[in-house]
Design a protein around this ligand. Structure first.
Ligand SMILES: O=C(O)c1ccccc1N[C@@H]1O[C@H](COP(=O)(O)O)[C@@H](O)[C@H]1O
Length: 219
């Protein structure tokens, strides 16, 4: 079979871990699809609900606002959602808990799916999207946002019919290759577009977006 090129002009782009105005404004200017706010105290990107609301208020419309939570209880979710309007909940949780949260809040839920082997690639998705990312290093203090790249070869021949997103160790230099090699319909980045942990670099965001949008998937 001949190798073809499929345009990936509609690649979905999420920039995660916004903490400050310049980074947020760059995401708006680049018209990314989603911006992520991390509500996890052990992350250098942690924001309070009030901080996220202030950033979000800088621009009406634009990227969807994604709230990232690690095994959140209802009180945490209630507090955040009463303070800042979110469009999507991105969770590190069991599938059962993720479904309960989806039902309670009536918002789309994305679930992290860490993988280390092909056998761990999920055949089905019980929520609205799966984030395929590497397992964190044994000494990691957080389950994601570690600038650790997934072995993209694991995804060879894997063609899920449900929405998914590639995350882990992406940056402006490797995102086009990541899309070409994996066929990811959407990509998520945090560390790879930062000048320091928690501080986004507007130029890196622009390069990431440009390179992602100009990439082509080898079909
Ligand atoms: O970004 C964080 O600090 C974080 C903390 C806890 C869980 C997940 C986190 N980030 C998520 O991980 C991906 C990949 O990060 P990176 O690009 O490798 O740094 C990121 O996009 C977030 O969705």
């Amino acid at each position: 079979m001949m190798m073809g090129h499929k345009e990936s002009a509609t690649i979905g782009i999420k920039i995660c871990g916004l903490t400050e105005e310049a980074g947020f404004d760059a995401c708006v200017a680049q018209k990314v699809d989603w911006v992520g706010f991390v509500f996890f105290e052990r992350s250098p990107r942690n924001v309070t609900a009030t901080q996220a609301a202030a950033l979000s208020a800088r621009h009406k419309g634009g990227p969807q606002r994604v709230g990232l939570f690690v095994h959140p209880d209802d009180a945490t979710l209630d507090h955040v959602l009463n303070t800042v309007a979110l469009d999507v909940l991105q969770l590190y949780a069991t599938p059962v808990r993720a479904l309960a949260i989806r039902q309670r809040y009536g918002l789309p839920v994305w679930l992290s799916q860490p993988v280390a082997t092909q056998a761990e690639l999920p055949q089905r998705c019980l929520v609205d999207r799966l984030l395929i990312e590497p397992k964190p290093p044994a000494d990691a203090t957080r389950p994601g946002g570690n600038a650790q790249q997934l072995d993209w070869d694991l995804l060879a021949g894997w063609n899920p019919t449900y929405p998914w997103m590639l995350a882990g160790g992406l940056n402006p230099q490797n995102v086009a290759q990541a899309i070409r090699q994996t066929g990811a319909p959407a990509v998520d980045v945090s560390s790879g577009v930062e000048s320091a942990p928690g501080i986004k670099n507007p130029d890196a965001i622009a390069h990431f977006v440009q390179n992602a949008r100009s990439s082509k998937f080898l079909s």
